[in-house]
Write a protein of this length. Structure first.
Length: 239
């Protein structure tokens, strides 16, 4: 997964003032899968983890989802349930408030008992990648959403992880959210947000210029920066 793909799919209103990939796909796709797409885009859960979520895994009061298993699709077409990809995959992930609302609306429209799957196909069958892509017309939805050609469902996981980093998640916090046990994967997303560091630098420059406007505006950039950093101390020293 390239950094450019991560950046294109990862901006949100909270992080960069624009729609996220999940937002755009939701508008282009089918209502039945709205909560699924949003959950993928803002939690970074894997496909196999998402389609294995049961109602009992959701704590709508605490605003969390428990990941205790995943579904794997074998070459012979069979689908088997098993533990997450690694021990670190056993986790409880906090949900955004809007995700909690989305899940409540989803369960009101598509009810499920405690041990039943939250996400199913139109006739109640468990979701598989192929039938999901056909149901939502994935390729068409990607084009309608204005996303890069070849954008895959798994790219929503990258979107969620990238948003978590842009929101200030530490490496350890990101590892927990991703369900990874090694540092390498988390560092990929931290590297991909170097453009966020530029935004921070620009914001600091704007703050300096705003604070010094009309007060020493005739001074050069270095003098204005010194005034912001040292404030009254710098002025007293010059007296």
């Amino acid at each position: 997964m390239s950094d450019s793909r991560i950046r294109q799919g990862g901006k949100s209103r909270a992080a960069g003032g624009h729609d996220s990939a999940g937002d755009r796909l939701v508008r282009a796709g089918r209502p039945r899968f709205r909560a699924l797409v949003l959950l993928a885009a803002f939690t970074g859960l894997r496909w196999g983890e998402l389609v294995a979520v049961r109602r009992c895994d959701l704590d709508r009061d605490a605003g969390t989802v428990r990941i205790s298993r995943k579904f794997a699709e074998l070459r012979d077409g069979r689908r088997v349930a098993g533990p997450p990809k690694s021990a670190a995959g056993l986790r409880v992930v906090a949900l955004l408030a809007m995700l909690v609302d989305a899940m409540k609306r989803h369960l009101a429209e598509f009810p499920a008992e405690d041990e039943e799957l939250v996400f199913c196909g139109p006739i109640g069958a468990p979701l598989r990648r192929n039938n999901f892509h056909r149901s939502v017309r994935w390729s068409e939805s990607v084009v309608q959403a204005g996303l890069p050609v070849g954008f895959h469902f798994h790219d929503l996981r990258h979107t969620g992880n990238n948003l978590a980093v842009a929101s200030g998640a530490s490496t350890r916090e990101l590892l927990h959210r991703m369900g990874h046990g090694t540092m390498r994967a988390a560092l990929i997303y931290q590297h991909a947000t170097s453009d966020r560091d530029r935004e921070i630098a620009d914001a600091l420059q704007f703050r300096i210029e705003t604070r010094t406007q009309g007060d020493g505006a005739h001074r050069g950039p270095k003098a204005r920066s010194r005034q912001i950093i040292f404030g009254p101390v710098a002025r007293e020293k010059g007296r």
